[in-house]
Write a protein that binds this ligand. Structure first.
Ligand SMILES: *Cc1c(COP(=O)(O)O)cnc(C)c1O
Length: 395
């Protein structure tokens, strides 16, 4: 049998800390490796596989589009991107959308839009306030936006125009706002930072502050969007309407696509000022349309809310059983369990052996981000494996 992992080590750049498993197939909430071993997938392609693996609606939409038109230049109109745009606008508070290929690119575009807005309406203001422990992507500008030194240090000097302040502190944002500020960019819940859920009124306060100062609020919903937190978009739970929102991860149900959406007054690009070769291409947009349509027509967001509550209460039960579990936090099917010791890597490896895929989001915390179509039975199965693994850690 081919040793894929040896070939990877030989030919590929050493960037991913991979677990020793080669995945070859997926269906629903399950994946299989090249030895035929089955796993229950609570990583879900990194909060991407909204409808699970190889959902027939997505597979059919992609296959049909692949036989019809895969790529065309944005110099022309193409149908799938217009259909997806209409569906997104009809189901959000925004007026206009731009499609990219990834989350990072969506955030880049959103920041460019905010800078253009600053040039037009805020006397040339260009600075964007972001938060410590945020994650906004890996281009140089988004590394500067991302408030984590481990992502920044190897690449200094970084592009300017970003200020990182404490998360979940309206005072920190107020103190950092100046004449040069054009926008605040935040995650509704910090995903990569450890599933950090802010106080209930935080986003509302930030939104009011931005309105008072006439600056833009960019909400990065790349991880929290597309139903993940129990509403189609997380901002719906905060009683706000941001000026700009970015999406990616779950948007294509597994096919790479990103987007940023904006209110009319913030949609200030002129023709030629921003663009992309692949963004909005028919194949990715057909997948996005199939995903969102299925999500809406089959109450998948409601399923996420119900099963998410069930997952959280099941994890809370484990917390009652093991003293070294400090906290269970999250919304919908974006949940983390925090330990009092740095055992997350060990827990993830032990669960992997038992057939459950999890993510160590911090040295002391594991993250759960399964497909939104899972049911209580699959949660029970995951909890049984986790309980067995945690029991070996002691009480
Ligand atoms: C994953 C993520 C990104 C980056 O998206 P890519 O598609 O990897 O470029 C940006 N922001 C948040 C909140 C994310 O979770």
């Amino acid at each position: 049998m081919t040793d894929w992992q040896a070939l990877e080590r030989k030919y590929m750049m050493n960037t991913s800390k991979r677990l020793p498993v080669t995945l070859v197939r997926g269906e629903g909430a399950r994946v299989w490796d090249d030895n035929g071993k089955e796993y229950l997938d609570f990583v879900g392609g990194w909060a991407v596989n909204t409808l699970g693996h190889c959902h027939p609606e997505i597979a059919n939409a992609v296959a049909e589009q692949a036989r019809t038109l895969i790529q065309a230049s944005n110099q022309f109109y193409t149908v799938p991107q217009i259909r997806l745009a209409e569906l997104l606008i009809q189901n959000s508070c925004f007026d206009r959308v731009f499609f990219s290929n990834s989350g990072t690119e969506a955030n880049e575009g959103a920041v460019k839009l905010a800078r253009k807005y600053g040039k037009l309406h805020l006397d040339g203001a260009y600075e964007v306030i972001t938060t410590v422990n945020s994650f906004h992507g890996r281009t140089l500008a988004m590394v500067a936006a991302t408030g984590q030194t481990k992502h920044q240090q190897p690449y200094t000097p970084l592009p300017g125009g970003f200020t990182n302040v404490e998360y979940d502190s309206i005072d920190a944002i107020k103190a950092a706002t100046g004449k040069k500020t054009c926008a605040v960019m935040l995650e509704a819940i910090q995903g990569e930072g450890g599933v950090n859920v802010p106080e209930d009124d935080y986003l509302k306060q930030v939104h009011s502050w931005c309105q008072e100062r006439g600056i833009l609020l960019i909400l990065d919903e790349i991880q929290t969007g597309m139903g993940r937190t129990g509403t189609l978009f997380a901002y719906e739970q905060c009683g706000i309407e941001p000026d700009i929102m970015t999406l990616a991860k779950g948007l294509g149900g597994g096919v790479p696509i990103g987007a940023f959406l904006a209110k009319e007054r913030a949609s200030v690009f002129e023709p030629g000022e921003h663009g992309t070769t692949f963004g909005g291409n028919p194949l990715a947009c057909a997948a996005g349309y199939a995903t969102l349509k299925f999500l809406l027509e089959h109450n998948i967001v409601e399923n996420c809310r119900r099963v998410g509550n069930y997952l959280t209460s099941s994890l809370e039960r484990l917390k009652g059983e093991f003293d070294f579990i400090l906290e269970v936090r999250g919304r919908g099917l974006l949940v983390a369990m925090e330990f009092s010791r740095d055992i997350a890597d060990g827990v993830v490896k032990a669960c992997l052996e038992q057939g459950l895929l999890l993510n160590a989001v911090r040295p002391g915390a594991v993250r759960f981000m399964p497909p939104l179509i899972i049911g209580e039975k699959e949660v029970d199965e995951a909890i049984a494996i986790l309980e067995k693994v945690l029991a070996r850690q002691g009480k």
